[in-house]
Design a protein around this ligand. Sequence first.
Ligand SMILES: C[S@@+](CC[C@H](N)C(=O)[O-])C[C@H]1O[C@@H](n2cnc3c(N)ncnc32)[C@H](O)[C@@H]1O
Length: 283
Amino acid sequence: MTIQGQSNTSTKIQSMHESSKGSLVFVGTGLQLAGQISVLSRSYIENADRVFSIVPDAFAEEWLISLNPNHTSLQSYYAQADEVKNRRHTYKQMVEAMLVAVRKGEQVVCALYGHPGVFACVSHLAIAQARTEGFDSYMEPGISAEACLWADLGIDPGQCGHQSFEATQFLLYQHRPDPSTHLLLWQIALAGDHTLTQFSTTSDRLQVLVDLLSQWYPLDHEVVIYEAANLPLQQPRIERLALKALPQARLTVISTLLIPPSQALKLNEIVLAKLGISALELG
Ligand SMILES: C[S@@+](CC[C@H](N)C(=O)[O-])C[C@H]1O[C@@H](n2cnc3c(N)ncnc32)[C@H](O)[C@@H]1O
């Protein structure tokens, strides 16, 4: 039996190799070691001239090396030890490292954990640069932290909708959460750091976030700190706490904050009237 994915895979990978020009493809490895990658993305890695990566740990790097030994981790571009380095600079260096290989005519694949284009700017920057220079460059989707969260918490975000924000952007800009939907705050452990040099936040900054959120959510409202498992034998971290306890919570660079709805969905009476629908028909 030939599944559609397999024939698409071989066509795309073949065209990658038919070109004498370099190319750059981003793939997502999912969150959990080896098991959450698509057939197509894995084939890209196996067939690449060179693989770059940002993955959660040494196990994931070893697994990538087993698929393709021509592997370079991009982790070394992040600030090391006590070094103070703006992550914008880090991302520029990562893009340049990949483009150097593409310009040599190599078929380059970059494997990023999760979905390569979700809350991940390196892929978007690199694809734009590669295309500006005339190279083929695109992205294959992956399983994001958010996809794992809905599965582990047994929530269908379609039931009442959801919103997602980067935590610092949520603090610094006038976003308006809808408390009848689920709210996800990514990079909660960095909330309030506008310098892009820190990998942690402070309880004072988290208190500012709690004060802001208290406009829409009661302080006793239950929120969830979520960390998907990166290894097959690990359990996800699902820690439930009151919103007001957030400043004292243990947060890590892989924590995502889920704020479930605090209010029921409200019918839009004006639209119902325009559509001639009675509220009773909606049960
Ligand atoms: C730079 S973003 C990368 C997201 C990634 N591209 C994805 O698709 O999941 C980093 C943020 O993703 C979330 N994240 C990463 N790993 C996670 C995990 N194991 N569990 C829950 N959230 C995670 C956290 O909010 C973290 O601060």
